[in-house]
Design a protein around this ligand. Structure first.
Ligand code: GCV
Length: 720
C-alpha cells in the first residue's frame, strides 16, 4: 500500500513538474520542486528517512505541515511526521523544553548563545545513531531552522555533516504596509491590499497564511498593517476585532501585528478636545485604548507613528516636541511590552533650511530624551528613498536611542512594478557605509543592529511591495526585494550577491545556466536604473505626485516638492551645493566623511551632484566633461536594460513559459521607459548646458515639449 501511494505521488509530482511549465509566481520562493539532481536526491533521501517534530503548539503544527509539504514534494516521496525518535537518519526538530531527546544532546551551551529566535542545524550521533537535529530555545526558532533546512534542499546544498548556528542580528524585523482601509495602497504597484477589511474578522483568506509562511521563511517577525498616513478608524472596536483575527493567523509564525497610530485619534474617535501629549486626559485615553487592544491581541507589537510630516498631525501642533509625543504613547505601551516606532521623516517647507538637513536638526538634540521602548525610525537617506542617496546623517548621531532602519521595498522611485531592479545592492551600500561615529568601522549596520551603542532593541522596517496581484509583487523579480529585505533584516552583513543566488535557486532554478545569467543581471540592475534616472548624484527629478516618470522641469507650489529645488541647473552648472560653501549639510556627518563629501575633488563621483553645484565643463576623474559624463551615464543605463532584455531572451526554455513571457513583456516596458527617462532628462538639462549630445549616440526622437506635455491619470499608488 505504501509503495502504491509512493508510486502515485511520484507520478503526480513528476507529471505536474513536466507539464506544469507554467507558473504564476504565487508560491514565491517556497516552490518545493522535485530535486532533479539524482546524486543529491540520493543523499537527501538517505539522510532523511523519517521526520520527528516535538511539541504540541500551533507553531509545531505549522512546522510539521511545512516540513512534510516541502520534503514530500522535493524528495518525491511521502513524509509524515512522528514524535518518537526510533531509528537513525531522522530529521529531529525540537526545543530543550519540549523534548527529552533534545535535552539529552548536550546542546544547551550552544543554544544559550543564540537567544530566543536563533537555532542550530547539526548532525548528531546519539547511541551510535546519526541524525540531523534542528534545535532552538523557542518553537519559533525551530520554525526558522526548518525553513533554513528546506532552503538548503531547495538550493541544492549538501546536508551532510551540517553544523549551522544562526541568530538574528536584530530584534525587530518588520514590514511596513502603506495599506489604506479602502484597500488602496499608497505607493503600491501590485494591486490592492491583501487585507480584506470588509470580510474580516469572519472570513480568513488563505492568503493570510501564505503571507505569514513567506515572511517567517525569511525571519520577518512583525508587520505594521496600515499606512503611516494613518486613519484613526483602525483603532475603533470594530477594526480591532478585524486586526485580532489577522494576529491570530500570524501568531504561530512568530509574527506580531503593529498599527499606525494617528496622533489626533483622541479627538477624531475619542471625542476629546485636544490630542496634546502632555494633557492627562489624552494620556489616559491612549492608556485605555492600548489596554483594549491588548485585551484583543495579547502579543500586539506597538505603534508606528508619522507625526508632523507631510500634513500628519503630531505633538508640534500643541507646541510639544517629538519626544513628548513618542513617550506619551510609549508609557501606555510599556506595561504590555509594546514599542513605539517614531519616524524621523520630517521636513517642512516653511523651514528655510535645506530639506536634507531638517530631520537631523530636529532629532539629534532629542537623543537621550526618548523612553526605553521607543525606536526612532530613519529612512536610509535624508531625502526620500531615491535611486541613490548618501546614508542618513542621523545614523551614528543618536547613540542613546535605538535607530530603526527604514528601507523602501516598494519601487516608488525605482521603476514601480515594471522595472527589473534588484534593490539589495542599494540596501547593502547603505548598511556597509561607515559613519565613523565611533571611529573607523562604525558602519550603519552596526548602528541599526544595536552593537555600536549596546542597545537592547534593534531593527529594520521595509515598506512593503505586496498587493493582491496573483504573484504578490507585480513584477516577478520584485519578489527578490521582499526576500532580500527579510534576509538583510535578519543579518545586515549578508552580501546582496549571495542573497540573489539563494533567491534565484529557489524562485527559478538551480541550473547554472540560469544562475550565471540572472545573478549578474540582478546585481547590475540597480546601477542601470540609477544611470537612466538619476546619475552622478542627481535626485528628486521625477514627475509630480505619481513619481513614476521623469519630471526634471517640475516647478511651482511647495519648493521642496519641485525638481528645480534639487537639481538647481543653470547656465553655470548643475547640482545642489550642500558643501560648507552651500547649505552645509556635510557638517551633519562625522569626519572624515564630512571632508570627503565637502571637497569637490574628494567627493565620490556617484554623489557629486548631491553635494556640489558643478560646472558643465568640470573634468571628471576619467577626463570627461560633466556634461559628457551625464550623457554617457544616461545612455549606459538604457543600453544596460537592452542588454538585460537580450540576456533574458537567451533563457527561453529554461524558465517556465508564464513567468518568462511576463518578464519579457515587462523588460520591453522597461526599455521604453528608460529611454523616456534618458531623453526627457537630457533634453531638459541641455537647455542649460547648451552642449550637444555626443555624436555617437542616437538622438532623442521627440522634443522636450512632447515629454513635458505628457499627462497621466490613474497611475497606481496615489489618490488620483
Ligand atoms: C506614506 C514620500 C511618499 C509618500 C509617503 C512618504 C512617507 O513622501 O511619496 O507617499 O507617505 O514618503 O514616507 O511618509
Amino acid at each position: 500500500m505504501a509503495n502504491l501511494t509512493k508510486f502515485f505521488l511520484t507520478f503526480l509530482l513528476l507529471f505536474t513538474f513536466l507539464i506544469g511549465k507554467s507558473e504564476d509566481g504565487y508560491e514565491l520562493w517556497l516552490r518545493y520542486k522535485p530535486v532533479d539532481n539524482q546524486v543529491l536526491l540520493n543523499e537527501y533521501c538517505k539522510a532523511i528517512k523519517e521526520v520527528v517534530v516535538f511539541g504540541q503548539s500551533e507553531t509545531t503544527e505549522v512546522i510539521k505541515s511545512e516540513i512534510a509539504r516541502g520534503l514530500s514534494a522535493m524528495l518525491v516521496q511521502p513524509y509524515s511526521v512522528s514524535s518518537v525518535v526510533s531509528s537513525e537518519n531522522v530529521l529531529v526538530i525540537g526545543t530543550p523544553s519540549n523534548s527529552e531527546f533534545i535535552r539529552s544532546l548536550n546542546l544547551v551551551s550552544r543554544l544559550d548563545r543564540l537567544g530566543n529566535e536563533g537555532y542550530l542545524i547539526v548532525e548528531t550521533t546519539s547511541k551510535g545513531k546519526k541524525n540531523i537535529v534542528i534545535a532552538s530555545n523557542s518553537e519559533v526558532g525551530t520554525l526558522y531552522g526548518a525553513f533554513h533546512f528546506l532552503r538548503l534542499i531547495q538550493s541544492n546544498k549538501s546536508v551532510v555533516a551540517l553544523n549551522i548556528e544562526e541568530k538574528p542580528q536584530t530584534t525587530h524585523r518588520l514590514l511596513n504596509h502603506w495599506d489604506n482601509l479602502d484597500r488602496t495602497i499608497e505607493r503600491g504597484y501590485a494591486g490592492f491590499s491583501i487585507w480584506d477589511w470588509h470580510k474580516l474578522p469572519d472570513y480568513i483568506d488563505p492568503r493570510y497564511t501564505d503571507y505569514a509562511r513567506a515572511n517567517a521563511s525569511i525571519g520577518i517577525n512583525g508587520t505594521v498593517i496600515t499606512n503611516v498616513n494613518a486613519n484613526a478608524l483602525v483603532l475603533t472596536d470594530q477594526y480591532i476585532k478585524k486586526v485580532a483575527a489577522l494576529a491570530k493567523v500570524f501568531r504561530p509564525y512568530g509574527i506580531k501585528i503593529y498599527l499606525t497610530a494617528r496622533f489626533s485619534a483622541p479627538v477624531e474617535i475619542g471625542g476629546l478636545k485636544t490630542a496634546d501629549p502632555l494633557d492627562a486626559q489624552v494620556a489616559d485615553w491612549w492608556k485605555t485604548k492600548v489596554e483594549e487592544i491588548y485585551k484583543a491581541i495579547p502579543d500586539f507589537g506597538g505603534f508606528l507613528v508619522k507625526a508632523n510630516s507631510e500634513g500628519q498631525p503630531g505633538p508640534q501642533n500643541y507646541g510639544r516636541n517629538h519626544a513628548d509625543g513618542a513617550n506619551m504613547l510609549a508609557k501606555a505601551l510599556a506595561p504590555h511590552g509594546g514599542v513605539v516606532m517614531w519616524r524621523a521623516f520630517v521636513y517642512d517647507h516653511n523651514v528655510p533650511d535645506d530639506r536634507a538637513k531638517q530631520a537631523y536638526t530636529e532629532f539629534n538634540p532629542l537623543d537621550g530624551k526618548f523612553d526605553e521602548n521607543v525606536f526612532v525610525q530613519v529612512k536610509n537617506g535624508a531625502i526620500d528613498f531615491q535611486p541613490r542617496e548618501p546614508f542618513h546623517p542621523l545614523f551614528g548621531a543618536m547613540p542613546k536611542t535605538p535607530l530603526m532602519m527604514e528601507f523602501q521595498i516598494t519601487q516608488e522611485y525605482t521603476g514601480c512594478a515594471t522595472h527589473l531592479v534588484y534593490l539589495a545592492p542599494l540596501f547593502e551600500e547603505c548598511l556597509d557605509a561607515d559613519t565613523h561615529a565611533k571611529g573607523k568601522g562604525s558602519t550603519v549596520a552596526k548602528v541599526i543592529d544595536g552593537s555600536l551603542d549596546n542597545h537592547l532593541y534593534s531593527g529594520m522596517a521595509g515598506v512593503s511591495n505586496i498587493g493582491n496581484d496573483r504573484n504578490w509583487t507585480g513584477h516577478p523579480f520584485a519578489q527578490s526585494n521582499w526576500y532580500a529585505y527579510g534576509r538583510l533584516a535578519w543579518n545586515p552583513n549578508l552580501s546582496s550577491e549571495d542573497i540573489a543566488d539563494e533567491w534565484i535557486r529557489q524562485t527559478f532554478s538551480n541550473d547554472s545556466k540560469v544562475i550565471d545569467v540572472l545573478k549578474p543581471m540582478m546585481m547590475q540592475s540597480r546601477e542601470a536604473m540609477v544611470d537612466y534616472m538619476t546619475p552622478l548624484g542627481l535626485h528628486h527629478i521625477m514627475a509630480r505626485n505619481h513619481h513614476w516618470g521623469p519630471g526634471p522641469w517640475v516647478d511651482g507650489g511647495r519648493p521642496d516638492w519641485t525638481s528645480l529645488y534639487y537639481h538647481r541647473a543653470d547656465s553655470l552648472g548643475i547640482g545642489f551645493n550642500r558643501s560648507s560653501t552651500g547649505s552645509n549639510a556635510v557638517a551633519q556627518y562625522y569626519e572624515p566623511v564630512r571632508q570627503q563629501f565637502d571637497k569637490l575633488e574628494n567627493c565620490p563621483e556617484n554623489l557629486l551632484l548631491w553635494f556640489h553645484h558643478v560646472p558643465w565643463t568640470y573634468k571628471l576623474k576619467n577626463g570627461q566633461t560633466l556634461w559628457n559624463a551625464i550623457c554617457d551615464q544616461y545612455y549606459r543605463g538604457t543600453d544596460a536594460v537592452k542588454q538585460m532584455q537580450k540576456q533574458w531572451q537567451g533563457l527561453k526554455g529554461s524558465i517556465d513559459d508564464q513567468r518568462f513571457d511576463h518578464v519579457s513583456q515587462l523588460l520591453q516596458i522597461q526599455v521604453n521607459e528608460s529611454v523616456w527617462w534618458r531623453n526627457a532628462c537630457l533634453l531638459y538639462f541641455q537647455q542649460f548646458s547648451k552642449m550637444p549630445i555626443p555624436e555617437k549616440y542616437e538622438k532623442p526622437d521627440k522634443t522636450l515639449e512632447y515629454y513635458q506635455n505628457l499627462q497621466f491619470r490613474y497611475v497606481p499608488g496615489i489618490e488620483n
